[in-house]
Design a protein around this ligand. Structure first.
Ligand SMILES: Cc1cc2nc3c(=O)[nH]c(=O)nc-3n(C[C@H](O)[C@H](O)[C@H](O)COP(=O)(O)OP(=O)(O)OC[C@H]3O[C@@H](n4cnc5c(N)ncnc54)[C@H](O)[C@@H]3O)c2cc1C
Length: 500
């Protein structure tokens, strides 16, 4: 069997939104570098980044209640909300740069303006929502957020949710019009189309099997061409492991010390999708509720208008569940084969700590469609079973590691860049806030892996992302300017589809 051996500057593993973003940033900063991509599926953006596999929320903490926690003294901590919002502004700026430079032609192919709302029921929760709005109002990032507990106003904002509601329980919502629905699948495909024009070699149907360090500090990557089973060997000075749920196994293969004592906990997801255009036409927002007691933060229920394939649809969920697979197209052995001698104690500790969560997730998997409809009816009292279908969403692999605060085997809900000390390899683990913060996270990869180039790259980064290195919440004028210019470039000003 003849073997292919090739050398390149950069290898990106996986054709999801993260590799797409890193490749696009590198082509702006170091256009002469050769980049090769390997993706085991036949197209880009088919796993978590696909539009049907995630909720498409441009996470900016405008509606997600889990980014604003109540402190023991009753005040609201908005630190995380500011952080997530600032990170989303970085994505908006880079996407606006791509549009302004004609590298992406029509922004409405991947991003649409859509009000973001939070909705709660019960006196205590209504109080919380009021306090949350007051706290957020102190920051310019959340300007324009409105609150209402008046049924008439709420009917105007969310008729589908208010119609047929018989309970006398207090209900309230906040609404901000500067939210977005992002089609991350379309964005990924657009970025890969662009990368192809920049001489990036993208190999689909190629599964990365192994990574070995060579004597000169480069990485030898063993890849299988799935069309003929042939093994190829590719060498690069820098490798980014952007395999989504597949990243942990690949990171473990590098053997770098930073890969030790890390585990993964897979959480599956389901959405309900509405197939009745009359119902779809009655809703125009992303409405986030509060997570149920015992539910993980990624299963906060929400009812979303989505723009997919030039069509409006409605998605409700996600219903979290348990599956041992790390990718939707993965194997039932993924979880078990991720347990290694160096992480077995971490994994066992996590297992013991998270019995309740695991039980909850298994119960969720077993829910019948009618049980799921009951949960949906907490949002849409008049929802009819025949109008809704179930779609299987992507897998999220949450990071498990030992932390000072949480001890051995602590489950993490954020994203994590793990890189070697010499910066020759980096992997992205975790899935939240996810694709929305791809640009911020990939800049972190560049910072960790190419510190020697950052000074030289800084002017170009600032040209693409004017707020780079600055806090927008502390620079209200700059925020206003950037928010307005990115809204203009991305077509987010007054171009909303008619409500019905
Ligand atoms: C249910 C759900 C809801 C979500 N909602 C949101 C949301 O509303 N907003 C948001 O911002 N984010 C959301 N996310 C998170 C977001 O989808 C992810 O953070 C993001 O898509 C991850 O992109 P990625 O490129 O890292 O991974 P992926 O898109 O999964 O891409 C990884 C790619 O690597 C390939 N691969 C894996 N292993 C190998 C290998 N060995 N060789 C070759 N190729 C390989 C895979 O086939 C895949 O194509 C959600 C996720 C889920 C699951």
């Amino acid at each position: 069997m003849s073997s292919i051996q090739k050398k390149t500057d950069v290898i990106l593993i996986g054709a999801g939104v993260m590799s797409a973003t890193l490749g696009s940033l590198l082509k702006e900063l170091a256009p002469q570098w050769e980049i090769t991509v390997f993706e085991k599926l036949s197209e880009p953006g088919e796993e978590s980044s696909n539009e049907w596999n995630n909720a498409g929320t441009g996470h900016a903490a405008l509606c997600e209640l889990n980014y604003t926690s109540e402190k023991p003294d009753g005040s609201i901590d908005i630190t995380k909300a500011i952080k997530v919002n600032e990170q989303f502004q970085v994505s908006r700026q880079f996407w606006a740069h791509l549009v302004n430079s004609n590298l992406i032609r029509n922004p409405q192919d991947f991003i649409m303006p859509l009000p973001h709302m939070s909705m709660v029921q019960g006196t205590k929760n209504v109080e919380f929502l009021k306090k949350r709005l007051e706290a957020l109002s102190a920051s310019p990032l959340f300007e324009g957020m409105e609150f209402s507990d008046k049924p008439d106003k709420l009917k105007e904002w969310i008729p589908l949710i208010m119609n047929g509601r018989t309970s006398n329980e207090p209900i309230a919502a906040t609404k901000i019009d500067s939210g977005t629905d992002v089609n991350f699948g379309a964005l990924t495909r657009l970025l890969f189309d662009h990368l192809k024009t920049q001489n990036v070699e993208v190999n689909y149907g190629h599964s990365v099997q192994d990574l070995t360090r060579t004597n000169d500090g480069s990485w030898e990557v063993k890849v299988q061409d799935l069309a003929n089973g042939r093994i190829e060997t590719h060498t690069a000075k820098f490798v980014f492991i952007g395999g989504g749920g597949g990243s942990l196994h690949l990171l473990q293969k590098t053997g770098i010390p930073e890969s030790k004592r890390i585990g993964g906990f897979p959480v599956s997801g389901l959405f309900m999708v509405c197939n009745n255009p009359e119902v779809v036409a009655q809703h125009h927002a992303k409405v986030y509720g509060k997570a149920k007691v015992g539910a993980p933060p990624m299963s906060v229920p929400h009812l979303d208008t989505r723009f997919i394939d030039n069509k409006k649809s409605l998605l409700f969920g996600p219903f979290a569940g348990f599956s041992p697979k790390f990718l939707k197209t993965g194997s039932n052995l993924d979880l078990i084969t991720s347990v290694k001698p160096n992480n077995v104690l971490t994994m066992l500790a996590a297992g013991a700590k998270n019995m309740g969560l695991t039980k909850y997730l298994i119960q969720q998997v077993l829910l019948s469609k009618e049980k799921r409809m009951e949960e949906l009816r907490e949002f849409i009292p008049n929802a009819k079973s025949e109008d809704w279908d179930i779609v299987v969403a992507g897998q999220r692999v949450q990071v498990i590691k030992d932390t000072e605060a949480g001890g051995k085997g602590t489950l993490q809900f954020g994203t994590e860049v793990v890189s070697s000390s010499d910066g020759s390899v980096a992997a992205l683990l975790g899935a939240s806030p996810g694709a929305s913060t791809a640009v911020h996270v990939m800049l972190e990869v560049l910072d960790k892996c190419f510190p020697q180039h950052m000074n030289e790259w800084e002017p170009k980064i600032k040209e693409m992302i004017p707020s780079y290195g600055l806090s927008l919440s502390e620079n209200p004028e700059l925020f206003k300017e950037i928010h307005a210019s990115t809204a203009e470039a991305l077509g987010l000003n007054g171009k909303e589809l008619a409500h019905s």
